[in-house]
Design a binder for this molecule. Structure first.
Ligand code: SAH
Ligand code: AVI
Length: 327
């Protein structure tokens, strides 16, 4: 392991190397942090699916209800013969709802970093929609990536549900939305789920569920680092902390060390004070206006917004700035 860390700068930038570098860099930083995209190994994806079924986790339940009510209106943003491109597709449960209302869509392109989980879900979806071309792409959408050749010839509609956009820093949101325009084409629309600022008690309950599933999801990151990087974290020696940071309008998730301890990762030693945390996730909450301002910065305008009666969550159809009102 020491040898691997010594040659990290020289060896090929494969997924394992990038993961190793990000973990070493994050644990070397002050305060310590780890990127949330690494939650999603196969176990993490399954734990996230469990979260979506928790009564406290309002985002999924609310967004599904919004999509059911708005599916026909959303379908109008899909040109005939389009490819539906979903960023961070997970189980694809939300895409299924849209695809049932979009008989003219020819291809579904789920894009996700969680390879095994996405490929399994894509195969299931293909069996349910036999005439649809299901073209999964394993990629990290925080950088650039290519669509499959077959999708290049089709007009495209983007779909980014779940408020996964909330896991980006605001400046990263603008960069992501600009890249999404390039991936989707300058005429395409992007339907995006955006979680809204609300009563902090509701937010707190959603990220501190009574069954401890979110805590397991958070700690699974340490289990993954142990397995994939030969580290010796004791996941039981870290506690799940999640709270709403009012000033920055974000839920923060941390793993707090229960005691003074040392952990070895790839031959390096990381010391923790009792109570010291690893910051594992931010989940930003927006107002309709604050999100529209970010979208404008990336050349998008808000073409339509759907919400729930409590204004907990929004689904927004972003359109190229010049075409606002044209659909
Ligand atoms: N869209 C689903 C899943 C949301 S969970 C829903 O709304 O319920 C977030 C999903 O995005 C996971 O499937 C995760 O694997 C994926 N993901 C997170 N960060 C990613 C990244 N940087 N690149 C690609 N996929 C990512
Ligand atoms: C995927 N993402 C938008 C989820 C969220 O709410 O930030 C991940 C999650 N973290 C804790 N619970 C769910």
């Amino acid at each position: 392991m020491t040898a691997l860390s010594a040659i990290l700068p020289e060896i090929r930038q494969d997924d394992a190397t990038v993961f190793a570098r990000d973990v070493i860099a994050g644990l070397s930083a002050t305060p310590k942090r780890l990127p949330p995209k690494y939650f999603y190994d196969e176990a993490g994806s399954r734990l996230f699916e469990k979260i979506t079924r928790l009564p406290e986790y309002y985002p999924t339940l609310t967004e599904l209800a919004i999509l059911d009510g708005a599916a026909a209106a959303i379908a109008r943003f899909a040109p005939p013969g389009a490819a539906l491109v979903e960023f961070g597709s997970g189980s694809g449960a939300k895409a299924r709802r849209l695809l049932r209302e979009m008989p003219g869509v020819r291809a579904y392109v789920p894009v996700d970093i969680s390879a095994e989980f996405m490929n399994g879900e894509a195969a299931r979806l293909q069996a349910e929609f036999p005439t649809l071309a299901v073209l999964p792409v394993v990629a990290d959408f925080s950088g650039s990536f290519e669509l499959p050749a077959a999708a290049h010839a089709m007009p495209r509609l983007g779909f980014f549900p779940g408020s996964t956009i909330g896991n980006f820093e605001p400046h990263e949101v603008t960069a992501f939305l600009a890249r999404a325009r390039n991936v989707l084409g300058q005429a395409a629309a992007l339907v995006i789920g955006v979680d809204l600022v609300k009563d902090p008690d509701v937010l707190h309950a959603a990220y501190n569920d009574s069954r401890g599933v979110t805590a397991r999801f958070n700690r699974n990151l340490l289990v993954r680092i142990n397995r994939e990087l030969g580290a010796d974290f004791d996941p039981g020696a870290f506690e799940h902390h999640a709270f709403f940071n009012r000033e920055l309008r974000r839920i923060e998730m941390h793993l707090a060390s229960l005691r003074r301890q040392k952990v070895r990762v790839l031959g390096r030693c990381f010391a923790f004070r009792a109570g010291e945390t690893i910051h594992t996730e931010n989940s930003y909450k927006y107002t309709a206006e604050s999100f529209a301002a970010l979208a404008r910065g990336a050349g998008w305008a808000v073409g339509a917004v759907w919400s729930d009666p409590q204004d907990y969550f929004s689904v927004q159809a972003l359109v190229p700035e010049a075409s606002k009102g044209g659909i």
